[in-house]
Design a protein around this ligand. Structure first.
Ligand code: GLV
Length: 326
C-alpha cells in the first residue's frame, strides 16, 4: 500500500523528520525557504498532511487548490494562521500543540515582565556603550514586581501559569479578565480575582497579554486602553501581534502614558514598528516565548504525533475541529 505523503513546511529537528519518515513519504524544507502561497500550494500537491509552524496561512484558496489534504498540524498552540471555518468546510482536520509549552512560555512571560519593569535591556545597552561611570541613587530605577498588582488579560493555561508565578513566587496581587470567568478552584489555585477589562487596565501595575488573536481581540490594547492604564505601568505581550496597536503603543511609550513595554510578538512580524526600535523603554524579543529546546522538541513531537495519529490511526491527539475526510 502506498504510504501517505506529507509536507513539513519549515525546517525542523532532524529526529522529527526521521520519525515522520517511518510512516510517510516526507517532503521537508530543511533550507527553511519562506514559500509564497502559490509555492506552498505547489509543494502540497498530492500531500495528505502538512506540518506547519504557526506562520503558514491555511485558507479557503489553499484548501481548494489542495484537494488531497486531510490534516494540518500546527507546531504552535496559537492557530490564527488557520482559517478554521474554511478547514471545517473543506473537511480538513486542524491540530495545534497545547500544554507542552505552557510552563516554558509562562517562564518567559515572567522573565519579560521582570526585564521590562527593572529596565534590564536599557541598562545593559548603557553599560555596553561605556556610559557607566558611577553609582547614582536613581540610575535605571524601575518598578517593583513583588507586592505589585499583576493584571492578566486572557486566563488560559499560560495566563494561569503566570498568575501562579506572580502570586506564589512574588507575593503579587493577581487580577485577570477573560472571556469567561474561571471556576472557583482554579481562581483559588492561581490566587487570582476576576475583574472587568476596565478595572484591569486601571488597576494593574503590570499587565500581561496572553489571549488568542482573533477578529475580536484585534487591537484589544490601543490608544484608548493605554490611556486608562497607570502612568507607571508596564505592558507585556507574549500572545500575538495585532492584539496591541503597535503604533499607538509606540506613541504611548514615547509620551510617558505608560512606563514601559516588553514585546515578544509584533504586528506584521518579523517586521517591527520602526518607532518601537528607537525607544529605550521597550524590551523587544523575536517571538521566542516557547523557545527552549526541550519544549520546542515536545511541540514538534506533538505535531508529528497528530499527523501519525490521524493519517495512520484516525486518532489525532489535539484536534481543533471535529471533521476529517478519510
Ligand atoms: C507560539 O506563539 C505558539 O502559539 O505556540
Amino acid at each position: 500500500m502506498n504510504r501517505p505523503q506529507i509536507l513539513i513546511a519549515r525546517a525542523i529537528f532532524p529526529e522529527i523528520i526521521a520519525k515522520l519518515a517511518q510512516h510517510f513519504e516526507v517532503t521537508s524544507n530543511q533550507d527553511d525557504v519562506l514559500w509564497t502561497q502559490p509555492q506552498m500550494i505547489e509543494q502540497l500537491a498530492g500531500k495528505q498532511g502538512v506540518f506547519t509552524t504557526g506562520g503558514e496561512r491555511i485558507d479557503a484558496a489553499l484548501l481548494a487548490a489542495c484537494p488531497a489534504l486531510k490534516i494540518c498540524a500546527n507546531m504552535a498552540v496559537g492557530y490564527n494562521n488557520f482559517d478554521l471555518d474554511a478547514m471545517t468546510a473543506a473537511g480538513v482536520l486542524a491540530t495545534n500543540a497545547p500544554d507542552v509549552l505552557t510552563e516554558t512560555t509562562a517562564d518567559f512571560g515572567f522573565a519579560l515582565l521582570m526585564a521590562t519593569a527593572r529596565r534590564m535591556a536599557e541598562s545593559e545597552h548603557f553599560l555596553r556603550a561605556g556610559l557607566w561611570t558611577r553609582w547614582r541613587y536613581d540610575l535605571f530605577a524601575g518598578g517593583d514586581i513583588h507586592g505589585a498588582t499583576l493584571g492578566i488579560l486572557g486566563m488560559g493555561r499560560i495566563g494561569q501559569g503566570i498568575a501562579k508565578r506572580g502570586a506564589h513566587g512574588f507575593g503579587m496581587k493577581v487580577i485577570y479578565h477573560n472571556r469567561s470567568r474561571l471556576d472557583a478552584a482554579t481562581e483559588s489555585a492561581c490566587q487570582a480575582s476576576y475583574v472587568s477589562k476596565e478595572e484591569l487596565l486601571k488597576t494593574a501595575d503590570h499587565l500581561v497579554l496572553v489571549l488568542p488573536y482573533s477578529a475580536q481581540s484585534h487591537h484589544a490594547i490601543g490608544a484608548a486602553e493605554l490611556a486608562r492604564m497607570k502612568p507607571g505601568a508596564t505592558l507585556v505581550n507574549i500572545a500575538r501581534g495585532g492584539i496591541v496597536d503597535d503604533a499607538a503603543l509606540a506613541t504611548a511609550l514615547r509620551d510617558g502614558v505608560i512606563a514601559a513595554a516588553g514585546l515578544d510578538v509584533f504586528e506584521g512580524e518579523p517586521k517591527v514598528h520602526p518607532e518601537l526600535l528607537t525607544l529605550p523603554n521597550v524590551v523587544l524579543t523575536p517571538h521566542i516565548a516557547s523557545a527552549t529546546l526541550p519544549t520546542r522538541l515536545a511541540m514538534a513531537n506533538l505535531a508529528a504525533d497528530n499527523l501519525i495519529g490521524y493519517l495512520i490511526g484516525n486518532r489525532p491527539l489535539t484536534p481543533l475541529n471535529a471533521v476529517g475526510r478519510s
